[in-house]
Design a binder for this molecule. Structure first.
Ligand SMILES: *[C@@H]1O[C@H](CO)[C@@H](O)[C@H](O)[C@H]1NC(C)=O
Length: 296
């Protein structure tokens, strides 16, 4: 007898099972805790949050009261006190944006960019501490019986919070530097054919391109050290055991990538990595009539 035939389920039974799964009480909306990254990242995530809301899930977004784009909307917004005044917040986070337009020496530019990265990283780190050390809010979130935490790993606070509350975390991202996502998911990551960030390499590399592919990630290590190490310390303190940066990223149960292999080069993935296509900042505007006429 054909081996596969033994596993075949009659079609009506399968349909019945599917319908049962769809209508049983467990299929009602869930309670989702959202820990977003502020700024443009939130604009992408908000699209996903909106869709989940439309499908009947209860979305609770937690954010510091001082923020850029996370405002009261269709979801429930839970805020907590910020350790900064509005002026400090604006200065630390946006004070250096003029740099983009400045024409100065590369090294000077680089040092200034590092400085502004450091101060921005500190703002987010402080804000995360404020959340995780807020006993009353943690007690409230813990008692709210959420089923899952949806979070952006660029701000690893959500993953730490999920672990602290013993909830599964879903990471929503396009990519993060230093391949911490890939390491966290224990995914194979061969340098021989996976082009690294900023190298402009393809998946077919010459020897020298492979050398470049090995060296570029080293330069990013420092940036990742500044922006992510504080969360490992924070997690170590809360969970009362030594936690590394990679451990923090391994807290995610599912990785939801805003990517697609039509655009991205092929690479190995793990079963908990899902590609959801390129939702980025949403709300594209249609081209104006004028553009249409010019191109004719
Ligand atoms: C959450 O509540 C459970 C059950 O009451 C408790 O065991 C656990 O320690 C709480 N977690 C936090 C982080 O407060």
């Amino acid at each position: 007898m054909d081996r596969a035939a033994r596993f075949l389920v009659p079609l009506p039974t399968l349909m019945g099972l599917l319908i049962f799964l769809c209508v049983r009480p467990g299929a009602e909306g869930g309670k989702v805790l959202v820990v977003p990254m502020d700024g443009s990242h939130w604009l992408s995530m908000k699209e996903a949050v909106q869709e989940l809301h439309a499908r009947g899930h209860q979305m609770v977004v937690v954010s510091p009261e001082l923020n850029m784009h996370i405002k009261e909307d269709f979801f429930t917004l839970t805020t907590y006190a910020s350790p900064y005044t509005q002026d400090e917040f604006n200065h630390l986070l946006l004070g250096q944006t003029y740099l983009i337009f400045e024409r100065t020496h590369f090294l000077k530019m680089f040092l200034k960019a590092m400085e502004s990265l450091k101060s921005a990283a500190l703002v987010f780190q402080r804000s995360c501490e404020e959340l995780l050390h807020n006993k009353e809010l943690i007690r409230h979130l813990n008692a709210s019986s959420f089923e899952v935490v949806l979070t952006d790993p660029v701000y690893p606070c959500g993953a730490v919070l999920a672990k602290y509350l013993s909830l599964p975390a879903v990471s929503f991202l396009s990519s993060i530097p230093c391949d911490l996502d890939v390491e966290g998911a224990q995914c194979p990551n061969p340098s021989s054919y996976i082009p690294r960030l900023f190298t402009m390499n393809s998946d077919h590399m010459t020897f020298l391109q492979r050398v470049k592919n090995m060296l570029y990630p080293l330069a990013l290590k420092y940036i990742c050290h500044i922006s992510f190490t504080p969360y490992a310390s924070l997690a170590s303190e809360l969970l009362q055991r030594e936690v590394s940066m990679v451990d923090v990223f391994s807290f995610a149960s599912v990785w939801l990538f805003r990517g697609d292999f039509v655009l991205d080069y092929p690479r190995p993935i793990m079963p908990n990595m899902v590609f959801s296509g390129g939702i980025n900042c949403g709300h594209r505007k249609p081209l104006s009539q004028l553009n249409g006429q010019v191109s004719k």
